[in-house]
Design a binder for this molecule. Structure first.
Ligand SMILES: Nc1ncnc2c1ncn2[C@@H]1O[C@H](COP(=O)(O)OP(=O)(O)OP(=O)(O)O)[C@@H](O)[C@H]1O
Length: 578
């Protein structure tokens, strides 16, 4: 392609995207004439041109075997365009989005050349935004962010709210709504927007509205790539580019409007009045083979009588024909040419290399947000505060003024065991909230907002006031009703022990939530671990009687119950009753 044409096209794209292109530096021709590829340098253009070539993703399964999830995919996404990824369930749409946005799972191996503005870059904060299938939002917060000058912030938020059509819910508490997720991501003004099934679960009118909004965001100069599950024909008409996948292979990539022609050329024309996306998905969904095989006997006559080419061959064969047709088609050739062409243009480096906030700012903002969330969510700590007080009043009533005689030794031991065993055990009730927190954390970490350390510190700090309040109130009630060792310092020591024990259980449940993100399994595992710790605490068997290997060493020393009871027995000793 001649330089002039290349330059004109790039300029036109940037102009269409509404961004100034300040300088274009044309590389030296190597002397091979007009058709020679060159390296262009675009400075000042903030749009994102993404290309991927021969992209293959291989995952290692639990049994050690490997599986190719995506195979040699080649494509591109340009600013101002809306690219839709379509394919049957399990065809690899989410994996392709993950691969392009550098968010692949740890067991997935990527082999590809992915270029952003002609450069190899890992996408991070501010450059790209990723809206996941699950809306992992903190349901107690409003859509307003807490960064930059107030006036600037207000202008940005208002423009975003208007852009997204969210005027009616600007001051409401966030529910789970796709548009809010998208709005939150575009607050960072990303140039590249990835969305995993933004229309799933929506009725057709809402799906149309969301897709129209995404197209408008694209027209504003952004590069938008979204996987869409079942678009209506109206929604389909909003797509600029279409990437059709089946079993991880490209069935079609090109302009959405040209897909009809491609399918017709391959021998599968879309019947009149049929939704094109329904037709394309039907052609490439091999699940229908199994259904057909099952119903073969009863539907034999119908299959023979029909003109539909899909009823004469299996879907697996149709997919093979389509994949082969695409490989040798002008669409595939054009896509490869275009990828080469875009790759040669060295555009602006958009990557800001992670969150712009300092570590302390991240930890401060996260602590503040987490504290607001905890204080607004009644189930997070307030309910536990009520239950802790009720339970400790019950303990106080049962062990009321337990005394200091020999007969009270067992009662004191049981009381201690119950307080540090069962009362702290109730902290597993916070598990569902931890799981929600973890989901938000995982999304925001992958989007480059902050790291593990900031999250752990902020969570510990924000929970601290609530845990101090809970353990102070519950501990004091218990201490005075049971008449434990009198004196302020002993009461404080008791409350501190309770605080430390509850913090350990909270941390244990948080760690469990990071490994087992399932409510029921997490609670069962957390309860099981605590049950084992309680067994070796020195109450159910005296410390010297606990079997030495494993149970005494190291288990009893790992168990926080053991340390709490040690404290108790030292207090009891100081009373001279042991
Ligand atoms: N990290 C992984 N480990 C193991 N298998 C994986 C992994 N990621 C994806 N897969 C498998 O790859 C296939 C494609 O998954 P993917 O989620 O990308 O499909 P999809 O088209 O987005 O499906 P859906 O529409 O149901 O979300 C699936 O069979 C999935 O089980």
């Amino acid at each position: 392609m001649p330089y002039e044409t290349e330059k004109t096209k790039s300029s036109a794209a940037a102009a269409a995207a509404g961004h100034a292109m300040i300088e274009i530096e044309v590389g030296k021709p190597s002397g091979n004439g007009v058709g020679e590829k060159t390296s262009l340098e675009i400075v000042g253009d903030v749009s994102a041109r993404l290309t991927w070539k021969d992209l293959t993703v291989t995952v290692t399964l639990n049994n050690g075997e490997t599986q190719k999830v995506l195979e040699v995919l080649t494509g591109y996404a340009e600013p101002g365009t809306f690219t839709a990824l379509m394919g049957p369930s399990g065809s690899g749409k989410s994996t392709l989005l993950d691969a392009l946005s550098s968010r692949l799972a740890a067991n997935a191996f990527l082999s590809s050349t992915i270029l952003l503005n002609g450069r190899k870059r890992k996408l991070s904060f501010g450059t790209a935004a990723y809206v996941t299938q699950d809306d992992n939002l903190i349901g107690t917060l409003t859509v307003l962010p807490d960064k930059m000058a107030w006036l600037e912030k207000r202008a940005l938020v208002e423009s975003t709210i208007i852009e997204m059509g969210l005027q009616d819910c600007a001051d409401t508490v966030i529910g789970n709504w796709h548009l809010v997720s998208i709005a939150l991501e575009i607050l960072k003004r990303p140039r590249l927007l990835f969305l995993d099934e933004p229309t799933s679960g929506l009725d057709s009118a809402s799906a149309f509205f969301v897709t129209q909004t995404l197209r408008a965001l694209a027209r504003d100069g952004r590069t938008v790539i979204a996987s869409i599950h079942q678009p209506s024909s109206e929604v389909f008409e909003l797509f600029d580019q279409l990437y059709l996948l089946s079993s991880g292979k490209t069935v079609y990539f090109g302009q959405a409007a040209d897909a009809y022609e491609f399918f017709a050329q391959a021998g599968f024309p879309c019947p009149a009045l049929r939704n094109p996306s329904d037709h394309f998905l039907r052609c490439i969904n091999s699940d229908f083979d199994k259904v057909k095989a099952t119903l073969k006997g009863s539907m034999k006559l119908r299959f023979e009588a029909s003109d539909d080419p899909l009823e004469k061959i299996t879907t697996a064969e149709a997919i093979r024909v389509l994949i082969d047709s695409y490989r040798s088609s002008q669409y595939s050739y054009t896509a490869r040419e275009k990828v080469e062409e875009i790759s040669k243009v060295k555009g602006t480096v958009l990557d800001s290399g992670g969150s712009q906030a300092s570590f302390f700012m991240q930890a401060f903002q996260l602590s503040k947000r987490s504290f607001i969330n905890m204080s607004r969510d009644f189930g997070y700590y307030w309910l536990r505060l009520v239950i802790y007080i009720v339970v400790t009043v019950c303990i106080g009533a049962i062990y009321l003024n337990v005394g200091t005689g020999y007969s009270s030794i067992l009662a004191r031991g049981s009381c201690a065991s119950f307080v540090f065993g069962f009362v702290t055990f109730m902290s597993i009730g916070g598990f569902p909230s931890f799981v929600e927190d973890m989901k938000v954390f995982q999304r925001e970490r992958l989007n480059g907002h902050y790291g593990v350390t900031a999250f752990v510190i902020s969570n510990t700090l924000s929970a601290m006031p609530f845990l101090i309040l809970i353990t102070f109130l519950a501990g004091t009630v218990c201490h005075f009703m049971v008449r434990l060792h009198p004196g302020f310092e002993h009461c404080l020591f008791f409350v501190l022990c309770l605080y430390a024990s509850v913090t350990v259980v909270e941390s244990l449940m948080m760690a469990t939530a990071s490994i087992v993100p399932n409510f029921l399994m997490g609670i069962i595992i957390g309860a099981g671990i605590q049950g084992i710790f309680m067994l070796v605490s020195g109450y159910f068997r005296l410390p010297n009687d606990i079997p030495k290997p494993i149970w005494r060493y190291p288990m009893s020393y790992i168990s926080f119950h053991f340390w709490a009871l040690q404290m108790w027995s030292s207090v009891t000793k100081s009373l001279g009753i042991s």
